[in-house]
Design a protein around this ligand. Structure first.
Ligand code: NAD
Length: 315
């Protein structure tokens, strides 16, 4: 499985040895290169693509995500401004900021970082973002468009998962895909893409969640298993069938006192046991994460191009 070719081939035969590690970084780097050309074209047309990165959290993970997005924006020539709101402030403070960003013609995309404080519901924020600027793809209009097969902005992590599988030549058509997690930002849109028509889709897809009675039975049925539960080590090698392709979306801080930047990052899959059973597996970090950021940037450049009415080729 070579990420430098987009030719679709069967996943590696597990009898060949340890699982192929699906490194997201080279795939994301290529997308960044292409996005750099797209932003150059926009600038030649007098458009400076710009996103607002909004954060209302003290968590180390949230801060890390925002700084990764900021750095990636700089790499591809998208201007980014970080807006931090004290998590103790009322939800209205966030809603007012989002309204201001919606009204600002120099801002093409608005990304509100998860997690949010308990007193701010993610749905309440999502429906306040201008759907034309909703680069995280979480506004009900954009989720509806995705479901209808006419996407505007696909949630970046879901889009990144499909892009990563394609980059490694992993065909999804006719496969049994199992998605663990049903969040609106990750699990459900991933299931929509995998079960949709055409490339990256056509998989017979099962969605599991916290009330699934026998998770191991479900995951063992999957040729492709995507785990996005936010539970470190939830899925191990015993819960997989030989030759499965495993996509670990989880990013969990373990060994830290309060979820802060200290400690280590762990996925939702027990990597060492899973890699002995699987044909291919994403690492954490360095698997899905780089693709999530790259696809967010694609959405941001797309938003700027739509706003300006200037067509650019997107990767
Ligand atoms: P979420 O908390 O919104 O959703 C978690 C889902 O997992 C829920 O639908 C829940 O039903 C399910 N779940 C929880 N415990 C379960 C269990 N024991 N068995 C089966 N299902 C269970 O989280 P999210 O926003 O979807 O994120 C999931 C994980 O992915 C988190 O670790 C998050 O940090 C990570 N994440 C990573 C990226 C990336 O770029 N790699 C992007 C977004 C989120």
């Amino acid at each position: 499985m070579d990420p430098n070719t987009s030719t679709r081939t069967a996943p590696t035969d597990p009898t060949e040895g340890a699982a192929t590690v699906l490194d997201g970084n080279p795939v994301a780097d290529r997308i960044h290169d292409d996005l750099g050309s797209a932003t150059d074209s926009l600038r030649d047309s007098g458009v400076a693509p710009a996103v607002a990165l909004v954060s209302m959290t003290d968590s180390g993970a949230g801060r890390t995500y925002v700084s990764m997005k900021e750095q990636a924006c700089a790499t591809v020539g998208v201007e980014s401004t970080v807006h931090r709101i004290d998590p103790d402030r009322p939800a209205a403070a966030l809603f007012e900021l989002v309204a201001d960003l919606n009204d600002d013609p120099a801002v093409h995309g608005v990304s509100v970082q998860s997690p949010l404080p308990d007193h701010v519901g993610p749905r309440a924020v999502a429906r306040r973002i201008d759907p034309e600027k909703d680069v995280e793809g979480v506004h009900p209009e954009n989720l509806g468009r995705l479901l209808a097969g006419t996407p505007r902005y696909t949630p970046p992590t879901a889009a990144g998962i499909v892009r990563l599988l394609d980059a490694y030549g992993i065909d999804t058509a006719g496969k049994r895909a199992v998605v663990v997690g049903r969040s609106e930002a990750v699990g459900r849109p991933t299931a929509v893409l995998l079960s949709g028509h055409g490339p990256g889709g056509d998989a017979t897809t099962t969605v599991c969640h916290s009330r699934t009675a026998d998770l191991a039975a479900a995951t063992r049925s999957g040729d492709i298993v995507v785990v996005a539960a936010g539970r470190p080590g939830l899925v191990d090698g015993e819960m997989l069938s030989a030759g499965a392709v495993v996509v670990d979306v989880g990013i969990n801080r373990v060994g830290a006192g309060d979820g802060d930047a200290a400690g280590q990052v762990a996925g939702d899959v027990d990597f060492e046991s899973a890699r002995r059973t699987a044909a291919a597996i994403t690492p954490v970090p360095g698997g899905v994460g780089p693709l999530s950021v790259a696809m967010l940037l694609c959405n941001a450049v797309d938003a700027a191009s739509r706003h300006a009415g200037v067509d650019v080729a997107l990767p």
